[in-house]
Each structure stands twice: as C-alpha cells, then as structure tokens.
Design a protein around this ligand. Sequence first.
Ligand code: SF4
Length: 217
Amino acid sequence: MTDGLVFRAFAVSRHRLPYDGAGVTTLVGGYGCPLACRYCINGVCTDPAFRPKIYTIPALFDAVKIDDLYFTATGGGVTFGGGEPLLQAPFIAAFIRYAKAQGVVWKFNLETSLAVPPELFDALVPEGIPAADCPVDEFIVDIKDMDPAIYERYTGRTPEFMRRNLTRLAALTLDRVTVRVPLIPGYNTDEDCDRSEEILRGMGFERIERFAYRTKQ
Ligand code: SF4
C-alpha cells in the first residue's frame, strides 16, 4: 500500500557521512520551502523554473536501497531534508512505513525548520503517539532564532508554526532532537543566540548546536 503519493526531490545525495544523522546516510532533498531565508544555499528549492525529480514510494525505496549494506553496518539510513521536507510529510510517513515493511533496519532522520502548518507536522508525528512509536529517529531542527522579530526579518515569515511544532516536539521527545542555533551575520548577535539557547534549554532541549553562517559579505 503506497497511497499513490509522490515526492518532489531536488536531489538525492548518497554517502553523507557524517553530516545528516548517524552512520552513512542518503540525503533526500525535498523541493519547496515556506521560508525565504536571506542566505539560503538551496535556492533551487523555491525556483519555479526548477524541475524536481518525482518519486513514487517504491521508486524512492529502490533508489536508496542500493546502500542498504552501508546503512545496516553503520547504523545509518535516510535523511529527509530540503528545502522543507515536512511540506511532503504524508509521503515521508508512508515511505517510512513502506520501508519498514520491507524489513530494513535503517534510521530515518529529518532536517527541518518546522515552519509548516500543524496538520503537516501531525501527519508525520501524530498527536498523542508515544515517543517509542515516533517514525523519525533523529530530528535536526534549524530554528534560525527564537526572537520573533529576528526570525521574521531573516525568513520573511512569522514564527508561529515553528514555535507550535517545536512545542509539540518537546512534549514528544527530547533525546531524538538536535536544535541548531545559527549566528546569522547582520541579523542576530551572540547575545541573541544565548537567548535562543536559554529558551530552548527551558523547553528541555539538551542537544543544541551553535554555529555561524558563512557569507560572502
Ligand atoms: S529553510 Fe533552508 S531551504 Fe528554506 S529558505 Fe531557509 S535556508 Fe533555504
């Protein structure tokens, strides 16, 4: 049962050790993003002229299973990124179910900004499920900045969806989540990042990665 769903991908990138989750991973980059980050390096994700590759669930499974041995031996698997993969959450949920039904022992990771309507987040992570039943093994969340004004200035969107989904995630699981807090030149400062980190720690998150965006300016 593959639900007739398709995934629009701008790239499928193999052997991503060690950037996108534990072990050897294949990054499946989803086309489309609700944000308009000033320093986005994946501009094709929102370029209407770009033609994404369309995968059915079995077609994507066939494309990534070439690395089954690597995934199994290293504790790796498939990481959905983007763009914003949660825009295609029903596909990802169905894909993970399908892959597990084939007997694979891969990990399934998600790189996300969480900036999607609640119904999309809930399509992958239904409200009320126990953490043990969460289909995603590792969430890597890029929150930009927890200050609403900075967030809106940098992304062009208000942070309501991100905040709501982050709160849901905190209630579901903390030990499967890494939150990335970037220093964004011209948009926030080290002190702003300190404040974001404080808010995130107050929500219970412990795996917080601080880093700086590199820009040409
Ligand atoms: S969330 Fe990522 S893909 Fe989307 S605009 Fe921002 S940097 Fe680009």
